[in-house]
Every structure is written in C-alpha cells, then in structure tokens.
Design a protein around this ligand. Structure first.
Ligand SMILES: Nc1nc2c(ncn2[C@@H]2O[C@H](COP(=O)(O)OP(=O)(O)OP(=O)(O)O)[C@@H](O)[C@H]2O)c(=O)[nH]1
Length: 831
C-alpha cells in the first residue's frame, strides 16, 4: 500500500513497484502543478543507501522526506520513490527521492528495482543528483560505479538524449580541493561511459550529447553541519530559474507539459515495469494525444453546460435570435481559447489535430441550433413572402412582377438573417436552406398562379358556355342547311373573343409561350366540348324538334298563318313538305360537323326515308330493302366521336316520328272532309229531281201568279240580307254546332234591327240622333255576339281572329276588346 505524507512528500512508487495514482493526482491538485505548463522542473536524487540523500533534499528544497535516525543505526529509510514540492523555488520544482542503491534489504542480486527507478528518474527528471562519498572518487571498486553503469546503460533505452543534467554531489568532502577531485571524477565517469555497451546508433556519441555533467562537493552534515548548511544554501540558489537558458536544466529536452505529468509518469512507469524500451518522443506524442483529447473533452463538457449557450439554445427553439452568430462565436471562442492555453505546451501536431477535432465536435454540437435558426428564418421569410404577395395582388399588381419583388425582398431578408447567424469559427453553408426557401417560394407562387389561372379559366369557360349554349340551341331550333356553318362561325368567333380576353388577362402572369398556347388550346377545346355537349343534349330532343317542325310546316300556310282545312289543300304535298323539313332537321342533328367535312348523310336519309314519309300521308308502309344504308351503326364519313345519332337510331326515330305525326295528318283529313260536308248545303241530286218532278205544279202556280212571285222575291231579298248580315259561312267555319248556336243567338237581334231600319226608311223622318242610336245598337249587337265567344267551344286562335262588324268592318280582338270598344264608340260618334 502506497503511503502518503500529507505534510510535504508523497510516495509515488512503492517498494513493490506500485504506482500511487491517487497520491500523484492529489499532489497535482494540491500543488496546482497542472497549471504550470512547461514552467516546472523535476530534480531526482539517486545514490547509495543511507548516503544522506533525504537529508540533502530536505535542506536543499525545504522538503520533509523521511530521514534515517542516526541513533538507531544505518538501515533503509526510503522505500520506492517519493516526491515533494520544493518550497520557495521558482519555477515550480518537484524533488524526487529514490530508494538507495546497494541496499542490503533487497540483496546484491536484486537490482531490478534499482535499474527501473534509475530509468524512471532519467525519463522524468531534468536534473539528477548523484550522491557519492568523497572517498569513493578514484577508487576502482567505488560504490557509485555500478550505479553509473546502470544510469548509462538505461540511458540508451530512452531512444533520444534529453540532455539531463547529472549533478554529482560529493559528500563529506575532505581537505582536497574540488579542482583536484573533479577531473578525477570526470575521468571515472568517462571510463564508465566508454565501458558501457551502447547501441550501434550511439556507439560514437559522446557523453556530453546525453548529459550535462556538473560536480559539487559538500561538507559532512554530521561533522560540519554549519558548513554543510551554508554550502547547501549556496547550492539551492542554482535551482532558481534552473530551466532558463544557462540554468542547471537550461538544455533539457522533451519536457512534458505539467498537465500531462501525472499521465506521463504513469505511462513511463508502466512501460518500464513491462521491461520495454522507452521511446520518449513517441511517449511525448502519446501523452500529448491523451492530454489534448482530455482537455478538448473537458472543454466540450463545459460548453454543453455553459449558461450562455443553454440560454441561446432555448431562445432559438422559440424563434429567430438576433445576434445569434455573434453570441455563439463568443461562447465557442472562450472554450477554444481555453483549450489553446491548456494544450499549448503539448506537441504542436497533436495539439492542432486535437484542436480541429474539438472545433469539429463543438460545431457539430451547436450546429442543430444554427439549423433551427435557419429554419425559423426560412419560415419567417416564406410567411413574409406570402403576406407581401397577397397585399400586392390585392392592390391589383401583376402576379409575376409582384412575385419577383417579394422574392427579392424576402431572399434579401433571409440572407441578412443568415449573415447574422454566421459564426466566425465555421463556414456553415446556408445554401441548401436558401434553396429550399426558394423552392417553397416558387411552389407558393406557382400555387397562387394556378389558383388565379383556374379562376380565370373558369370565368372564361362560363363566358363560353353563356355565349355558345343559347345561340347554339337557337340554331338547332331553326336547324337547316346552314346550321353547322353558323355554329362553326359562332364557335370561331366566340372562341377568338374568349381567347383574346384570356390572353390579355394572363399577360401579367408572364407565362412562357408554350404554356399560354396550351391554355388557349385548352380554352378552345373547352369551347368545342361545350358545343359538342350541347349538340348531344339537343340530339336527345330531336324527336320533339322533328314533331315541332312537322307541326309548324303542316299546320301553317306559307304566310305562317294557321292553316284552315277547307278541302282545297293538298294534304299529301303539305305532309311531304312537313316530313322533308323534319328529315332535314334530323339530318342536321345526326352528326357534329365542326370540322367542315362534307358528308352525304342528308342524301342517305332522304333517299332511305322520304318515300316512307309519303307513305304516312297515304297510310301505306313500305318494306325496308335489304341494302338499307341505315341498317349500320356508324356513318361512313363521320367518326363515332362525332356521331350524335347513328343510322339505326335514325331509322327508329323516323318510325316513331311517323307514328306520332300520323294522327295529325288523319285529323287534318277529317277536318277537311267535315268542312266539305258542312259547306254542301244543297240537297242531294235525287232529292232535287224528286222536288222538280213532284213540285212542278206548285212551281207553275207560282209562275202564273205575279203576287206569289213578288212574295217569293221579297223572301229572297230578306234571306239574302240575313245571310250577309249574319255572316252565315263565317259562323260555320268552326263547325256545324258552333255555327248553329252562333246564328240562333244572332238571328232575333238581326231581324229586329232589319225591321227597324226598314220602318225608319219607310217613315223618312229621321231625327238628328238617329245615326248615333244606330251605331250604338250595332255595337251592342256586336258586343253581345263577342260575349258569347269566350264561352263557346271555338279554339283560342279563333278568338283573336278578325271579326267583321256590321257597321263598317272594323277589326276587334278579344284581348283588347274593352279598349277597342271605346274606340268603336268614338268612331261611331264621329260618323
Ligand atoms: N557522514 C555523513 N552522514 C550523513 C550526512 N548526511 C546525513 N548523514 C546521515 O546519514 C544517515 C542517513 O541519512 P538519510 O538522509 O536518511 O540517508 P538516505 O540516503 O536518505 O537513506 P535511504 O533513504 O535509506 O537510502 C543519517 O543518520 C544522517 O544523519 C553527511 O553529510 N555525512
């Protein structure tokens, strides 16, 4: 178990070779040796056992190494190796007291520890005091000779000379002056050096290359204590500034910085114990490596718990931090500087390499905070871009120009933020984040642009629907030969208008030519689709349209007046015309003809179906020939895409059309026959012949009697007057029953009116009020007649038809009856 003298000295290595790590660490800590850098010196002393080594060190350095009690006999006092801080000497000096050589305690053959401790002292110490008795100088079998041999032999195992100062302290000096003793001693030393077997590389290397040899002599401590103390005090002065040039250890080499002393000593002892050669340069590098790494790790540890850093890291979690780069640089610089100070004395190569590692690790450690900050900057810049762009767009500025302006300002803002976040110690690259920001800005611009373009597109699509749908419907209503030409014209015109307006509207988007072309093409395609869709929709209503067309042609004359079936009309021709018109409408509706390709659909339809239409009038069906061109499901010249009604569907439609219009034709034929019957008021010829044969006698009687003839004439005149007055043919125009009712209601007023007029004419004394009264009566008669009409079974059209008044033939119609009645009164008054 290693001993620790808490007063002054510490056992570094015990007698069994155990290294007192804790003791050394405690020594380093309490004496603050670690802070000394290279400003420290190690002085070791070796020599025979009980030769006064400890006594000398204690007087020389004011240490407290254990000394032998002279009154108890000469025995081993110091076991192993001890160290102590030399009080009052600058620079910091460590005294190392080694176990004495030649000790009887270990026996003559056990020199292992002796060699190990000698090698350790040479590797660690800058100055080695070699304690020797004065009377041993020049003696062949002096006690110090084996010791020197050992020293010189192990020296070669250190690989390179350290220029250790060997200070020979001659104890118990005699009256012989030192001037005489020293050459003899040096000669002895040289002899020993020459005798020592050396490696090939140092065969001819002089002793001076390895050691500075100094000699001093002291009086006996026991016999001339005062002189001894004085001489020691003088010698003590040599240890002040010992490491400065010219000092005792001014030439020393391969010094390990103080902070690495503990580790270095441990490693050296370990190597020595393992009986390996000591490669001091490599050892120095190794110590530097370990120590620099330790220092760097210590700095990293302190950085991670640095209050300023923790505050900065916390702040950056929440948002951008102004002056981030400056603050972080300062924090890092503190620890890097500390490293530089502490690692300053270690091997430069190692130090720099470890410094780089420290920087790299420290930067890696703080980099997430930097990235976090960049993330905040990017987010902020993007949000600013969005709001600024929206504001500019709300002011009515163009998208492309606005996006450019906003991008520029936001990128500048981001760049400034990045510059503020940059630290001196690193060349961090924000370009990826900047690229991401740029991509985000572009994506947002693109999404806004797409939304705006979609809005515009929808607007113009609606405009196209508005401008195409109703006109196209109207054109299909009046379907004829020019329908598709008109539709094409309409499509071209409206598409051109929409495309032109759309081009103007999107000019502020600054789209490339191909995109604009594509959008315009989309708009054109949309217009075409609208038309095609409308055409399909209208094609679905083709049967209704055909029937309407048929009805329009069939029920109206050339002046578009409703047709009255009087029997003079050629129903067959009219039916054919109506069917032709309907078929033409069908031929228009069967295909989309937006590409102006001629086709023969109309001819096919007419040649295949028109004979069938005539058959409607004649109520005859013709069988379909086997080479029927309408038995196909496609038109020859029309693609399926443009087909609205297939040939087969045409045939089916035509069949339904015929069936559904047949009733109309039949009705017309019936109406015509009824009209003929109602107008044929003469009795049948056989009745006339019978009347002539049977009434011949009465007829002759009438002819012979002029009075009967006169009465007959008067009756004829009255009948004729009544016929004209009551407009008998007109009343029967709407059917027999209606005619009879109308005539019966008008008969009595007409007779009364006629009789009154005749009597007035006979009297010949008309009053001035007479014309007015006549007009009034005539109007009342007319009014009474018209009041009956709305309740009669006469169709609505007849209500609005012209009505001849008895007093002047002025036209009236029931919707404006009241107004016209007033007009009538005024006109009658005027007349
Ligand atoms: N003759 C003589 N004796 C001395 C001198 N200095 C010390 N001594 C005596 O030598 C004895 C041993 O002294 P230490 O200082 O313990 O010797 P040491 O070499 O440290 O002994 P170890 O540590 O056991 O090797 C003591 O009794 C001292 O009084 C000296 O200068 N001359």
């Amino acid at each position: 178990m290693a001993e620790i003298d808490h007063c002054c000295s510490t056992q570094l290595i015990d007698g069994d070779g155990g290294f007192n790590v804790a003791g050394l660490d405690n020594f380093m800590r309490t004496t603050k040796l670690s802070n000394c850098g290279l400003s420290y010196a190690v002085v070791a002393i070796m020599g025979p056992q009980s030769s006064g080594k400890s006594t000398l060190l204690n007087h020389l350095f004011h240490t407290n190494f254990r000394e032998m009690d002279a009154y108890r006999g000469r025995s081993q006092t110091t076991k192993g190796i001890w160290i102590a801080h030399c009080v009052g000497i600058e620079p910091f000096t460590v005294a190392m007291d080694l176990e004495g050589t030649d000790g009887r305690e270990r026996g003559e053959d056990d020199t292992t520890f002796e060699k190990q401790s000698a090698l350790f002292a040479l590797a660690i110490a800058d100055i080695v005091l070699i304690n020797m008795w004065c009377h041993d100088i020049g003696r062949e079998h002096a006690a110090n000779k084996p010791l020197l041999k050992t020293v010189f032999q192990v020296m070669t195992r250190l690989f390179s000379p350290r220029k250790t100062t060997l200070l020979f302290v001659i104890r118990d000096k005699t009256k012989t002056p030192l001037e005489y003793l020293e050459p003899i001693l040096r000669e002895d030393i040289q002899k020993i050096w020459n005798a020592v077997s050396k490696p090939e590389s140092h065969k001819d290397t002089p002793l001076s290359e390895f050691f500075n040899v100094e000699v001093t002599a002291l009086s006996s401590f026991e016999e001339k204590e005062e002189q001894f103390k004085e001489q020691v005090a003088q010698l003590r002065l040599c240890f002040f500034n010992s490491i400065s040039p010219g000092g005792l250890a001014g030439d020393r080499r391969g010094v390990v910085p103080a902070s690495g002393f503990s580790f270095s000593a441990q490693e050296i002892w370990k190597v020595i114990k393992e009986n390996k050669d000591l490669d001091l340069p490599a050892h120095k590098v190794m110590v530097a490596t370990v120590r620099c790494e330790e220092i760097a790790n210590e700095k990293l540890l302190h950085l991670s718990s640095d209050e300023d850093w923790l505050a900065l890291e916390e702040a950056v979690q929440c948002g951008p931090v102004s002056g981030f780069g400056r603050k972080l640089s300062s924090i890092l610089e503190t620890y890097f500087s500390e490293y530089d100070v502490e690692a300053f004395y270690f091997d430069e190569g190692v130090r720099n390499a470890k410094r780089k590692q420290l920087e790299s690790k420290a930067l890696d450690f703080v980099h997430p905070a930097y990235l976090n900050l960049l993330g905040h900057l990017r987010f902020k810049a993007l949000e600013d871009f969005k709001s600024k762009l929206e504001q500019m767009l709300n002011k009515g500025e163009g998208l492309a120009a606005s996006a450019r302006t906003c991008t520029k300002s936001c990128m500048l803002e981001f760049d400034q933020g990045c510059a503020d976040a940059t630290i001196r110690q690193a060349n961090w690259d924000a370009s990826k984040v900047k690229e991401k920001l740029r991509r985000d800005i572009d994506a947002h611009t693109s999404s806004v642009r797409n939304a705006k373009l979609s809005e515009l597109m929808v607007t113009y699509e609606k405009q196209l629907i508005r401008s195409l749908s109703e006109p196209v419907e109207s054109l299909f209503d009046a379907a004829g030969r020019d329908t598709w030409a008109s539709i094409r014209k309409l499509l071209t015109l409206e598409t051109a208008i929409a495309a032109s307006e759309f081009s103007t509207a999107i000019s502020s988007f600054e789209l490339d030519r191909s995109t604009v072309e594509k959008m315009l093409q989309d708009l054109r395609d949309y217009a075409r689709n609208v038309l095609e869709k409308k055409a399909r929709e209208e094609a679905g209503k083709v049967l209704i349209r055909m029937k309407d067309r048929f009805s329009a042609v069939f029920s109206h004359d050339n002046d578009s007046m409703p047709r009255v079936w009087t029997g003079k009309e050629d129903i067959k021709t009219i039916t054919k015309d109506a069917c032709t018109a309907s078929l033409r409408l069908l031929s228009v509706m069967v295909a989309i003809r937006l590409d102006e390709k001629p086709d023969k659909i109309e001819n096919i339809l007419f040649s295949s179906l028109m004979e069938g239409s005539v058959a409607v009038a004649s109520s005859q069906d013709r069988s379909i020939t086997t080479s029927d061109p309408l038995s196909s499901s496609t038109w020859k010249e029309v693609s399926p895409k443009n087909t609205l009604i297939t040939p087969v569907q045409c045939k089916s439609l035509w069949r339904r059309f015929k069936a559904e219009t047949e009733y109309t034709v039949t009705q017309a034929i019936s109406a015509q026959e009824a009209y003929k019957r109602s107008n044929n008021w003469l009795p049948p010829p056989w009745a006339i012949v019978a009347m002539v044969v049977l009434g011949f006698n009465e007829f002759m009687l009438l002819l012979r009697n002029p009075l009967y003839l006169l009465l007959l004439f008067i009756a004829y005149l009255l009948s004729k007057a009544m016929w004209v007055q009551m407009d008998v043919p007109g009343q029967f125009q709407h059917g027999t029953l209606a005619g009879l009712i109308s005539i019966s209601s008008r008969f009595l007023p007409t007779v009364m009116n006629l009789l009154r007029r005749l009597s007035e004419e006979a009297q010949g004394n008309q009053t001035p009020e007479a014309p007015r009264q006549q007009s009034s009566l005539a109007f009342e008669s007319f009014w009474n007649q018209n009041q009956l009409n709305p309740t009669s079974s006469i169709p609505e059209s007849s209500v609005s038809s012209n009505i001849s008044a008895s007093d002047g033939g002025i036209e009236y119609s029931s919707p404006n009856l009241t107004r016209r009645r007033n007009t009538k009164i005024q006109e009658a008054e005027l007349s």
